[in-house]
Design a protein around this ligand. Structure first.
Ligand code: DAH
Length: 337
């Protein structure tokens, strides 16, 4: 048996393979069901005793060699070298595969995240289906606050699993973060949010927000202003900003921040309703009640938070007139980015 193995090894080595046809002959002779190799393995089955181990070893070596020769030649002949070149017109244009592009919302989101990451903010995520506590109660929403109303909020399977909703803002992730981590906290929380609103060119029933949160000792409104000013200078370029007093249940004091676009172009006039100012985000100092709800010592710590819509900023940046275009997945639209 060992002799037969040696013999076959030599046979395989000297077999002339010069094209795909002789390669197939080689395969039939050595590797097919009725080929030499299989026959030897059949013989091997009835061998017993001492011999079996050594023969088995040599048989496997033989198989590796025979297969190795086959694979090597297959690569050689099935690649371009094996193709009859005269059939190919090499001057024909190449049809390249279409490569996808990054969605405009993702481009803007990544830009914003990078700016804040460069000043030490981390990026955090939270669930899109939220309970009442994280979306409303912990954020100091009074029990009868209108935002809890069915008209704004999509509720999910109220019974039997309880009171869940599609989150109406990314502020819910603040709560999760404060509950799970100790200050200092410096984080950005991007994500999709949902509101039960009529769909039009300017508003959708879902959109994207980025939430910011900074909690530490002695954080002041001046820190908030400077951080946001830095963001605007990096994202929009040097521009005037202004803060208008506002109200959010989870911040006190609260403000809305506008940037100055001016009224030089028709578009700026329209976007700013003739005032030159465009609202970009809501912000404020985290209400001590919220800190307390989340288990953070409100005597020792303070913080600021802000939240902005990514979709509107994206529309502004690229001059997109209808918010719905961004979610129709029309390749002609997406290819532009
Ligand atoms: N959650 C607010 C909204 O959806 C946005 C917001 C305002 C977030 C002020 C904040 C904030 O963190 O401080 O309209």
């Amino acid at each position: 048996m060992l002799e037969k193995i040696e013999e076959l090894k030599n046979k395989a080595k000297i077999f002339t393979i010069e094209n795909l046809e002789s390669l197939e002959n080689y395969r039939l002779a050595f590797l097919s069901k009725k080929g030499f190799l299989n026959n030897l393995f059949e013989e091997f089955k009835v061998i017993s005793g001492e011999e079996k181990r050594e023969i088995g070893k040599q048989l496997n070596i033989l198989r590796q060699e025979v297969e190795g020769i086959f694979n090597e030649n297959r690569e050689k002949f099935s690649g371009s070298a094996g193709v009859n070149k005269s059939n190919i017109d090499e001057s024909l244009p190449v049809f390249s595969e279409k490569i996808g592009s990054t969605h405009p919302i993702s481009i803007v989101k990544n830009n914003i995240l990078e700016i804040f990451e460069s000043i030490g903010f981390t990026v955090e995520n939270g669930p899109e289906i939220e309970d009442d506590w994280h979306n409303f109660t912990a954020l100091n929403f009074a029990e009868n606050h209108p935002a809890r109303d069915m008209q704004d909020t999509f509720f999910v399977n109220k019974e039997p699993i309880g009171n869940y909703a599609l989150r109406t803002h990314t502020s819910s992730v603040q709560v999760r973060l404060m509950e799970n981590e100790k200050p200092p906290i410096r984080a950005l929380m991007p994500g999709r949010v949902y509101r039960n609103e009529a769909v039009s060119s300017r508003s959708n029933c879902f959109f994207h927000q980025i939430e910011g949160l900074y909690i530490d000792e002695k954080v002041s409104f001046a820190d908030l202003k400077q951080t946001l000013y830095y963001f605007v200078s990096q994202f929009f370029g040097e521009r005037e900003i202004r803060f208008r007093p506002s109200y959010f249940p989870f911040t006190e004091p609260s403000a809305e921040m506008d940037i100055f676009l001016g009224t030089a172009t028709e578009q700026d006039k329209r976007l700013t309703k003739g005032t030159g100012w465009l609202e970009i985000l809501g912000c404020g100092m985290v209400d001590p009640n919220v800190l307390q709800n989340c288990g953070i010592d409100q005597e020792k710590y303070s913080g600021f938070a802000f939240g902005m819509g990514i979709d509107r900023i994206t529309m502004l940046k690229y001059g997109i007139k209808d918010i719905r275009q961004m979610f129709e997945n029309d390749v002609r639209f997406l290819e532009q980015f």
